[in-house]
Design a protein around this ligand. Structure first.
Ligand SMILES: O=C(O)CCC(=O)C(=O)O
Ligand SMILES: [Fe+2]
Length: 268
């Protein structure tokens, strides 16, 4: 498994070098987007939302199922929060960081942050312990859901804000660089969606420090590898926020749960 790739610094605008790297590889990694203190504040805020959702036994947010699991001590936790930006001021503020405007340019004109669309701002929390179920995610592209919904495949990028520092043995995001340019057939059939958890000889391990930001193209094949470490050191939290183009389709509490969301629930 390859693990060397450049880290960039986000400035006032995307440089030609950054744009070229992103166009060629379908992902890019920026160091130090948020400070250590902010990372801690965000984690604490997610625990506040978690307490409320557990208390209210919230099953869905805007039609998107809340994913529950067990922590190392057996206590209930939320492992996938959708639209977390609509449930805590800190996440709402994070989604309004003006630096996202710079990132929108990666996709071209007419792009926006999907704060009210798709799954909004998502927070994933993985932990590898005796009762864990949500420890990995099989190979997939994020854009497939548009095809499932019978829609045109609109340009889509996924911005990741990483809240945990990872080494390759911690598992985490694995990408197949360049696969965003392989056309619709490969996008549909390159691997078995969500069922294939095997390492690929060409995969690259994304190894962020807490506070780093990554972006991947919606057509890029990727997976989440299971941590080889068990226990507290396996804990991993990451936020995703989509950059989208095309028709504006906000969701609300009456939004239906789509078929692909049950399919996408195949995670172990
Ligand atoms: O947890 C991650 O880093 C990636 C998750 C992911 O690929 C997804 O939710 O679509
Ligand atoms: Fe994904």
């Amino acid at each position: 498994m390859e693990n060397s790739y450049p880290r960039f610094t986000l400035g006032e605008q995307i440089t030609n070098e950054q744009q070229d790297f992103f166009n060629k590889n379908g992902f890019i990694h920026f160091k130090g987007f948020i400070k250590t203190q902010t990372v801690s504040d965000i984690i604490r805020a997610s625990e506040e939302v978690q307490d409320q959702w557990i208390e209210k036994q919230r099953i869905k947010v805007n039609g998107i199922p809340v994913k529950y699991g067990k922590d190392l001590d057996g206590s209930p936790i939320v492992q996938r929060f959708a639209f977390i930006n609509q449930h805590h001021d800190l996440f709402a503020e994070l989604s309004q960081d003006p630096r996202f405007e710079i990132l929108l340019k990666l996709i071209g004109d007419g792009a926006r942050l999907g704060t009210e669309e798709k799954d909004g701002m998502v927070l994933n929390h993985y932990v590898n312990g005796p009762e864990s179920k949500f420890t990995q995610m099989g190979w997939h592209t994020d854009g497939l859901r548009d095809i499932f919904l019978g829609q045109k495949l609109n340009p889509m990028l996924n911005v990741g804000i990483h809240l945990s520092t990872l080494r390759p043995e911690n598992g985490g995001l694995r990408v197949l660089p360049g696969t965003h340019k392989q056309g619709i057939y490969k996008m549909l059939f390159h691997k078995r969606y969500f069922l294939d958890n095997n390492a690929d000889a060409n995969e690259l391990a994304i190894t962020p420090e807490a506070g780093d930001l990554t972006i991947h193209d919606g057509r890029l094949w990727h997976r989440v590898a299971q941590s080889q470490i068990i226990g507290e050191e396996s804990r991993r939290r990451v936020i995703y926020l989509p950059i989208i183009a095309g028709k504006y389709e906000p969701k609300n509490e009456n939004s239906p749960t789509a078929f692909y969301q049950r399919f996408a629930g195949i995670v172990k």
